[in-house]
Design a protein around this ligand. Sequence first.
Ligand SMILES: [Mn+2]
Length: 415
Amino acid sequence: MSSKFTSSAKNKSVVNQNNPRAGVVELPLESKANPLAITTNQGNGNSGTSTRQLQNLLEKYQGDKQLVIIQDFPDPDALSSAWAYLLIAENYHISCDIIYGGTLSHQENIALVKLTNLPAQRYKPEELENKDLSVYHGCVLIDSQGTNSQLYSVVQRGKIPLIAVIDHHNKQGELAAEFIDLRPQTRATATILTQYIQEGLLDFNTNNNQHVKCATALMHGLRSDTNCLMQAQEEDFLAAAYLSRFYDSQLLNAVLQSARSRRVMDVIERALRNRIIKNNFSLSGVGYLRYDDRDAIPQAADFLVTEEDIHTAVVYGIVHDEDQDIEIVIGSLRTAKLTLDPDEFIKEAFGKDSTGKYFGGGRNMAGGFEIPVGFLGNFNENSDYAKLKWEVFDKQIKQKLYRLVHPDASVIQTD
Ligand SMILES: [Mn+2]
């Protein structure tokens, strides 16, 4: 959101007087300038009209395929709003591809995309140029008016009609789109998309994982464009209040822990991909890690335990300590189950070493273990050997955990 509009709701009318480009004053001018436009929302908090007009548009284009373009360096508001549009459009049997021309540079954005599986694809302009665009019946600009996207001109040259523009930035120039919903005094595009959903374009449902993740993304987008709601206005708070019924606060928290490096994110991604779920336990081996990244293991466990119907997560990997040139299996347990004592669980699962010392233990809600790889350590330049070694440790740890998680199951059949 532009810094011009940092006023509170109280002095909104002052903004309108001082800046004719903002709010209701602009409406008649814009309508004239855009004879093609179905609507230009005045952003006065009553979005019902534009919601109905968007609905008509979506009904008209049922079965189509659309390109959703967001800015080259997408922020959470753009990413989440584009995703919400995609889900709404899907509801009307319109399939969308979300594209951007630059990179995801901020940790939080990488986190948002990876942790929610947000379906946005990066295209270099020349790549898009070589792509067959004729499969798309139209394009849509979200949280953008095309000026901050290298891809928009490629799409224009490809003669893909601009169907809709949904944005909260000041008007950047003339746009000939069938549906234009520009609301310069709305703090976040996520607020606009949330209003569409709330007004019936999509039936958000907490049992739908995608909806929960999208609501979480929208909450993040809304927060990040309003400086953690400190610059939010009534409509943003109302949108946030609505999203609060569906979003996953722990997932949002995971996204917000943005100090994590890219490699840490990769470990979390591996943990997500490799997880095995048994009796409400989520178990995941992440393979080899650099010593600097060992903290990724507890972070991954923190994240896995946030999954629906999971009360306990265990994540482990082989960490290489370059300084001492040793390898150690490091694992973390996180639990939300009050009756599970992590200390007892870890001690029971892994027992003691030859000197009588436990391999690990725990505290309230959390535990960890460290098992030296010892004689089998290193020599990982031989990838077959490294792979075999990981498989042995992975299997051994799983067997030990399965005894407690699923007492009847046996990992290795000996007959
Ligand atoms: Mn925005």
